[in-house]
Design a protein around this ligand. Structure first.
Ligand code: PMP
Length: 281
């Protein structure tokens, strides 16, 4: 079952008009929320980020947080699987094609749930490969906009080269991945690029920094240069659906000794423990 504009229905029965501004302009925002043991993970944080994205495109939030919680609960209950991921999509609605905001139009709200794929065991053991590319996206990457054409093209560069992700560099500094946040490790210190308009403030990014702080793992939030990225001892990728993954090959060069490193192992274990607490709680 999916949710579309106040109604629950099978996805085959869900349609939107061609004049939806999401279709015409990519005028909307979205969220992806993992669900473990039928409980949405870090939901409060996802709803705060959703509000930030809506503010960023000057669209009024169509639901209160209680209303969102209620709708998401019903979606989770109506879909199979203990572990799911929710995709929540809001556009500025349906109107005659004109760039300017339409008056008196209701937003389109679409939510679906899909089974949450387990991060592949093999990649956790050996690590994944990534490539780098110039970050040519707009400069409001803190808004989770549905207009993802630059991300799509950048990610496809990785697929074309049989890599997992494209790591983005803007003006010689690391920003993030095409669909993930990126950390590096140098001399046993976890380094994270600071949140800014040039990256999405990842929910998993926050969890990783909280776990580092709570477990006396040395960490620093600061700008990371392209050279530092290439010379890193470890590179870690985070996202809600991929959790934490080690990147062991960058542009076909081994990262550090080419194997998943100690900080990856430590943070991955802490993340699993944190998820388990969430499931019990
Ligand atoms: N950056 C971008 C561009 C993304 O698409 C994602 C995935 N949603 C992330 C970072 C990671 O964010 P999160 O940890 O909230 O999934």
């Amino acid at each position: 079952m999916i949710y579309l504009n106040g109604k629950f229905m099978p996805i085959e029965e869900a349609f939107i008009p061609v004049l939806d501004r999401g279709f015409i302009f990519g005028d909307g925002v979205y969220e992806v929320i993992p669900v473990y043991s039928r409980k949405p993970f870090r939901l409060a944080e996802h709803l705060i980020r959703l509000q930030h994205s809506l503010d960023g495109i000057r669209l009024k939030n169509p639901c209160s947080n209680d209303e969102w919680r209620n709708i998401l609960e019903q979606i989770i209950a109506n879909n199979d699987g203990e572990d799911q991921y929710l995709y929540l999509h809001i556009t500025r609605g349906v109107a005659k094609r004109d760039h300017a905001f339409p008056a008196n139009v209701s937003p389109t709200v679409f939510i679906m749930s899909n089974p949450l794929p387990q991060p592949p065991e093999e990649l956790l053991k050996t690590g994944a490969s990534a490539i780098t590319a110039n970050d040519n996206r707009w400069i409001r990457c803190d808004v989770k906009a549905i207009s993802l054409l630059p991300n799509v093209l950048l990610r496809q560069l990785a697929v074309d080269r049989h890599a997992l992700e494209t790591i983005l560099i803007r003006n010689q500094f690391l920003t993030e991945g095409a669909a993930s946040n990126i950390f590096i490790v140098k001399d046993k210190v976890l380094l994270a690029p600071p949140k800014s308009n040039l990256m999405l403030p990842g929910i998993t990014y926050d969890v990783v920094l909280e776990l580092a702080a709570a477990n006396q793992i040395p960490h620093e939030i600061r700008e990371i240069s392209e050279t530092e990225t290439r010379m890193a001892d470890e590179i870690l990728l985070t996202s809600s659906t991929k959790e934490i993954m080690p990147i062991t090959l960058l542009d076909n060069h081994p990262v550090g000794d080419g194997k998943p490193g100690e900080l990856f192992r430590q943070l991955h274990a802490l993340y699993q423990e944190y998820k388990a607490t969430h499931m019990r709680g």
